[in-house]
Design a protein around this ligand. Structure first.
Ligand SMILES: [Cu+2]
Length: 186
């Protein structure tokens, strides 16, 4: 019964590895919800009404965003659907400034934004404000849309969890075969 000495060793090693990998996978799944930077304010504010279109809009986030080619994208359209962005957005830490065109049709202005959160995940959403003089911009329509935000990151998280689980299965399989091999050698 010499194999009784050997068997527990690969089993506990595999268990430890499995616990480590599952823990890591859980961290991957659990942390994004807490680590994302959020839009905490804007000028003009979401849902507000302004007398005239400002020369730029400013978005303020809860963390320092990641800068790089194409990481920060803002599209602003007026009530007629025309693009009224006036150049590239400028990122400065937690603030994004987007120059606007000289004028816009009165009514609802829609700001669609996408940034890369300090944790490396893209975050996106949109909000609206109203330029006075428009007819029939409903209060419901100017409420910020909250649920569009986190959709983009789920696939990455699930792929991460999938890879971790696959790695755990391989580790257990390898440890089991090694144990079997040792048993047959005994
Ligand atoms: Cu994230």
């Amino acid at each position: 019964m010499s194999h009784r000495i050997h068997t527990p060793r690969p089993f506990s090693a595999a268990t430890a590895l499995l616990a480590l990998i599952v823990g890591f996978a859980l961290t991957l799944v659990a942390s994004p919800a807490f680590a994302h930077d959020e839009l905490i304010g804007s000028s003009p504010a979401a849902g507000s009404e302004v007398d005239a279109l400002p020369s730029e809009i400013t978005l303020t986030f809860s963390g320092v965003l990641i800068d790089g080619a194409g990481t920060t994208q803002i599209v602003v359209t007026d009530a007629s659907g025309a693009d009224i962005t006036g150049g590239d957005p400028v990122l400065d830490g937690t603030k994004v400034t987007q120059p606007l065109a000289a004028s816009a049709a009165p009514g609802l202005v829609t700001v669609v934004w996408r940034v890369v959160s300090s944790d490396g995940h893209p975050v996106s959403d949109q909000f609206t404000f109203t330029v006075a003089g428009g007819s029939g911009a409903s209060p419901e329509a100017s409420a910020p849309a909250d649920d569009a935000g986190d959709g983009g990151m789920s696939p990455a998280v699930w792929i991460g969890a999938g890879v971790a689980i696959f790695a755990a299965l391989i580790a257990v399989f390898t440890a089991t075969s090694a144990a079997k091999r040792r048993r047959t050698e005994d």
